[in-house]
Design a protein around this ligand. Structure first.
Ligand code: NAD
Ligand code: ZN
Length: 370
């Protein structure tokens, strides 16, 4: 078992991320140690994940003295909405959850984002624990305190910053995860490796070559450590910062990813898959602006490719993608900020004003050949 501590300069309390195999059965002991008091907890999960791990988690919490109840949402991004959040809040209120009590989020990024969001607004904020069960949630969404739901006017457009009180990563639950979900998580890991530098990139490539379990645990820890460091230095993603360690850099690959998701009604790509294309797109643009060497671009194709197959772009029209760029949240003061690359570990934030539509389209056409 390994523990990574995340320490904040600003408002939030520090917390620890525990990583190991088979830890889910000890969640009660861990929750008691993390929360420091035994009270009520509401386990928020979805029907799929709860069926696999819910009983074990509840049993363990009960045997450590917690009084548990549950709120199970339907499975799917389309249920990450205010309507579901309202139902969750009602369930929390019905069992009389108090400010000293807590929420346990058991699931992937969808469950974690929704559970974190309701925890941030219920009684003006209660503590919550994250037990991520997808690779993507382990390396990315469970750490950092971004919570939220989707609205008709955009994905993740309603939300808050609310850090968890602790994160428990049990890598054995990945054994039940679909291959496609593993690929999605791997794409976010490639994003971290690109931003972090050659060391994490080499470790990622090494793991992709033989997919060995112990190495995966180490790699997950390295990803969390990287994200935690960036988040700790810029918890609220300052709008004015544009340096290479600002939290904004974690949006690398996400300009195209969000546009692809939007253009296909959020029903064609897994988020991480769209990020896979987004990483290649940002690399192609970086090359066309003479920031990035062609060998680095080649390496990125290779590593994304080894992560697994991505859905075809053949039926996606570039016009709809380009249109979606305009409503991107990374628009600051009217202009779209893009995270590009000068080399591994060397991101730069640039305004897209200097990038022509032709350059965008050419980059899109190139990644199509993936
Ligand atoms: N808050 C953040 O910082 C942040 C960062 C990245 C992504 N996100 C959000 O995360 C979401 C995507 O998360 P995701 O990729 O984890 O998707 P997800 O939560 O939809 O999970 C993917 C699928 O795997 C199933 N599943 C989960 N764990 C399982 C397990 N152990 N065994 C079998 N099946 C399992 C789920 O039921 C679901 O069907 C998006 O909504 C995205 O916006 C948030
Ligand atoms: Zn992402």
């Amino acid at each position: 078992m390994r523990e990574i501590k995340i320490k904040f300069a600003e408002r939030s309390s520090d917390y620890a991320i525990a990583i190991g195999g088979g830890r889910i059965s000890g969640v009660g002991v861990w929750a008691a140690a993390t929360l420091g008091n035994i009270g009520k907890v509401v386990v928020i999960s979805n029907t799929t994940v709860f069926k696999l791990y819910g009983d074990e988690v509840e049993r363990s919490l009960n045997s450590s003295g917690f009084k548990t109840s549950r709120f199970l949402m339907q499975d799917g991004e389309e249920f990450k909405t205010l309507a579901t959040a309202t139902k969750a809040l009602k369930a929390m209120s019905t069992v009389g959850l108090e400010r000293t009590d807590a929420v346990v989020a058991l699931g992937g990024g969808v469950v974690g984002d929704l559970a974190g969001f309701v925890s941030s607004i219920y009684l003006r904020g209660v503590r919550f624990l994250q037990i991520p069960t997808t690779l993507l949630a382990m390396v990315d969404s469970s750490v950092g305190g971004k919570t939220g739901v989707n609205a008709a006017f955009g994905k993740n457009t309603i939300g808050s910053f609310h850090q968890p009180a602790g994160v428990l990563v049990d890598t054995t639950v990945l054994s039940t995860l679909a291959e496609r979900e593993m690929t999605a998580g791997l794409c976010e890991m490639v994003k971290h490796a690109v931003l972090s530098g050659p060391k994490l990139m080499n470790e990622t490539r090494l793991w992709l070559a033989d997919r060995e379990d112990t190495l995966l645990r180490r790699l997950i820890a390295a990803n969390i450590l990287f994200k935690a460091k960036i988040v700790a230095g810029d918890e609220f993603e300052s709008t004015s910062r544009t340096d290479a360690r600002s939290r904004k850099i974690l949006n690398f690959g996400h300009t195209l990813a969000h546009a692809l998701e939007k253009a296909t009604n959020y029903s064609y790509f897994r988020h991480g898959e769209a990020v896979g294309y987004g990483v290649l797109y940002a690399a192609e643009l970086s090359k066309s602006l003479a920031f990035l060497d062609k060998n680095d671009v080649k390496l990125l194709y290779d590593v994304v490719h080894r992560g697994g197959p991505l859905p075809s772009l053949a039926n996606i029209d570039f016009d709809s993608v380009f249109e979606a760029f305009r409503s991107d949240k990374k628009n600051v003061a009217g202009s779209l900020q893009m995270i590009l690359l000068k080399g591994l570990g060397r991101p730069i934030i640039v305004s897209s004003d200097g990038i022509s539509r032709r350059q965008h389209e050419a980059a899109f056409k190139r990644i199509d050949k993936f």
